[in-house]
Design a protein around this ligand. Structure first.
Ligand SMILES: NC(=O)c1ccc[n+]([C@@H]2O[C@H](COP(=O)([O-])OP(=O)(O)OC[C@H]3O[C@@H](n4cnc5c(N)ncnc54)[C@H](O)[C@@H]3O)[C@@H](O)[C@H]2O)c1
Length: 251
């Protein structure tokens, strides 16, 4: 596969994608930035261009099947086929069960799970045709361990299982599909209390730099990563594997 890919990144205007975009800006790939908000999508693309990379921007609600269909048509006609898809758009609805409604729960599933499904449905046929593709879903350790905000945890667990479940569909197509499950990533929304918890509860005692997610994605885009397939790639400082009743460091 050519070293220069069209890489579509959803949620491109978000905190984590700043690191992903910055890492990919120097890769020679064209980054197709997609976000709900046209301005933040274009700001992300501009930041990539300012860093010497190639980027274009589009606005779409990933949860809206028709909007994703239109996005596919626009991207294909203006940029060409997409060889790699990074599903990073997501929402964290900080609601416990008591405050949740079926509507709020459904919206989280729509964005975090149906969204990636819509993008995969729209863009994977082009990858199958080309005989090569990369699909990377940004899930979360919340989907591995559970989390007090149930709509988020359920949607991310679903996303990781969607990833595994599509291995059969992409059998022999040249497409790999993986999920990345980050722990706490250094984005503006992370409050000081959580930073303190990371120091107490994570073996590396470090919060994750968005660039580290970008580096993992950059690797997954290469041919050397062709046998990394169907994985839940944890980037969590060891937090998820640590759980033990005999852990001396948990408080
Ligand atoms: N920040 C963390 O610590 C962390 C940890 C684990 C996983 N994640 C996941 O990583 C991804 C990025 O997180 P982030 O911290 O950058 O969040 P963020 O809120 O900063 O960015 C999310 C982006 O997605 C966009 N978006 C939301 N709904 C959308 C929709 N319907 N259609 C298109 N775009 C939409 C938002 O406009 C925003 O730009 C999310 O999927 C999140 O669940 C984040």
């Amino acid at each position: 596969m050519s070293p220069s890919l069209n890489v579509l990144v959803t949620g491109a205007g978000g905190g984590m994608c700043r690191g992903i975009n910055a890492r990919l800006a120097g890769s020679g790939h064209t980054i197709v930035c997609v976000d709900l908000d046209a301005q933040s999508s274009e700001a992300a693309a501009q930041a990539i261009r300012d860093a010497g990379g190639k980027a274009v921007s589009f606005a779409a609600d990933v949860a809206d099947e028709a909007a994703v269909g239109q996005l596919h048509a626009e991207v294909t006609s203006t940029v060409g086929p997409v060889q790699a898809l990074v599903n990073a758009a997501g929402i964290l609805d900080r609601k416990f069960l008591a405050d949740s409604t079926a509507e709020s729960f459904r919206r989280a599933l729509d964005v975090n799970l149906v969204g990636p499904f819509n993008l995969i449905k729209a863009f994977s046929p082009g990858m199958i045709e080309a005989g090569w593709g990369r699909i990377i879903n940004i899930a979360s350790i919340a989907g591995v361990t559970g989390y007090p905000y149930p709509s988020y945890a359920a949607s991310k667990a679903g996303l990781a299982n969607l990833t595994r479940s599509l291995l059969e569909d992409f059998w022999g197509t040249g497409i790999t599909i993986n999920s990345i499950c980050p722990g706490v990533v250094d984005t503006p929304m992370v409050i000081q209390e959580v930073r303190d918890q990371v120091r107490r509860r994570v073996p590396t005692q470090s919060i994750i730099d968005p660039a580290e997610i970008g580096a993992m994605i950059a690797f997954l885009l290469t041919d050397e990563a062709r046998n990394v397939n169907g994985a839940d790639l944890l980037i969590d400082g060891g937090a998820t594997q640590l759980f033990s009743l005999f852990n001396n460091h948990a408080d």
